[in-house]
Design a protein around this ligand. Structure first.
Ligand code: ZN
Ligand code: ZN
Length: 361
């Protein structure tokens, strides 16, 4: 019965003693007593939830990538923002997809990492232009610069590098919870608060958690352009790059792990929290989230990028090359806006004048 001495009171953490009379564990400090089984479960739950989280990703072994077969790749660099991209040699002069300002300089193709997977473009330029045009139909007082077809057609199809993370996550979380019941009789209002200790443990599988591997690609835009349908991902072949640009990753797998861990942890804890809905107050106390053998894969995902300059600002748009989803904000042309309101006000004035005229006669 030595181990019992190690048990602590769930209410006040004082040591518990075994009461022979009641056959329960008794707290001499706060006077509560507990069945042995309850205290054991409590201790086990605490231990599980209080352990140290471990995120173990298998190390990623890079495979070098040379231009293969019939496809001749050229390297391009942007003198303005420093983006380094590659594309097939036939692309000719190209506008930088990231900053839109400069004409990129063609140079030597330099091999980077060979991607594991690629989601090929399913939305071609014509369809991407149409998606953009459909989007701006809803934008009020859009400056004319955004409607110039020739400008819109300058959009470039870029394969953006992403790190994809897979793992099976084991987790345990403990919570302090309360359930409050209230009732009244003729004389009094009553409030009863029940206190609970909750433990949740289980595993959650994750597949294809994407983290973009490009510093040039705006994280917010890249997350907004999601989701991609990963079932359409195929093994990488350089042939898919024909007619498109491809960005080289400049955020390594190791540097992306932090963000992947964060996404895994938050999603797991959110999934567990979904099961605690029947309490009024739930406060997470400790959590342990662990996995081993997590897999990292390098993938290229298709995005159309368009930059339009207006009033000294570059407006950036991204279009999902698989679904046609358009991301970006359209500015408002103030001149157009005032003209419109002046016209409305003018009509209002005319109507008021007619009513006044009718009233007078
Ligand atoms: Zn106690
Ligand atoms: Zn640039």
């Amino acid at each position: 019965m030595d181990t019992i001495q190690n048990y602590r009171c769930p209410c006040c953490t004082a040591p518990l003693v075994f009461g022979a009379e009641t056959q329960t564990l008794v707290c001499e400090s706060c006077g509560n007593s507990f069945p042995l089984e309850t205290v054991q479960q409590f201790a086990e739950g605490n231990e599980a939830a209080g352990g140290i989280s471990k995120y173990d990703w298998e190390s990623y072994t890079p495979r070098s990538f040379e231009a293969e077969g019939e496809l001749n790749l050229a390297g391009y660099s942007c003198p303005s923002c420093g983006a380094e991209i590659s594309g097939d040699e036939t692309l000719g002069s190209t506008v930088c997809p990231y900053c839109g300002q400069a004409t990129v300089v063609k140079g030597q193709f330099e091999g980077g990492l060979r991607p594991d997977y690629i989601i090929p473009f399913q939305v071609d330029k014509k369809a991407a232009v149409a998606a953009f045009e459909a989007e701006f139909k809803n934008a009020p007082f859009l400056p004319d610069e955004f409607k110039v077809k020739k400008k819109i057609e300058e959009m470039s199809g870029v394969y953006v590098p992403f790190w994809m993370f897979d793992c099976n996550c084991d987790a345990a979380v403990s919570y302090n919870a309360q359930r409050v019941t209230a009732w009244s009789d003729a004389n009094y209002n009553y409030t009863k608060t029940d206190y609970f200790r909750l433990f949740r443990a289980g595993s959650v599988g994750f597949a294809n958690i994407p983290v973009d591997g490009s510093k040039k690609a705006d994280d917010a835009y890249m997350e907004a352009v999601e989701p991609f349908d990963y079932s359409a991902a195929v093994e990488f072949s350089p042939a898919f790059l024909s007619g498109y640009l491809a960005d080289k990753y400049d955020v390594s797998a190791e540097e992306s792990i932090e963000r992947a861990n964060e996404r895994v942890k938050n999603s797991t804890i959110a999934a567990f929290s979904d099961t605690t809905g029947c309490y009024n107050v739930v406060i997470p106390e400790s959590e342990r989230v662990s996995f081993s053998g997590g897999k990292i894969r390098y993938s290229l995902l298709p995005v159309w990028m368009l930059n339009i300059k207006y009033a000294n600002t570059i407006y950036k748009f991204a279009i999902n090359g698989q679904t046609g989803k358009v991301v970006g904000e359209f500015p408002v042309d103030n001149k157009k806006k005032w003209k419109y309101f002046a016209k409305i006000a003018g009509i209002g004035y005319a109507v008021a004048a007619v009513i006044a005229f009718l009233l007078l006669h």
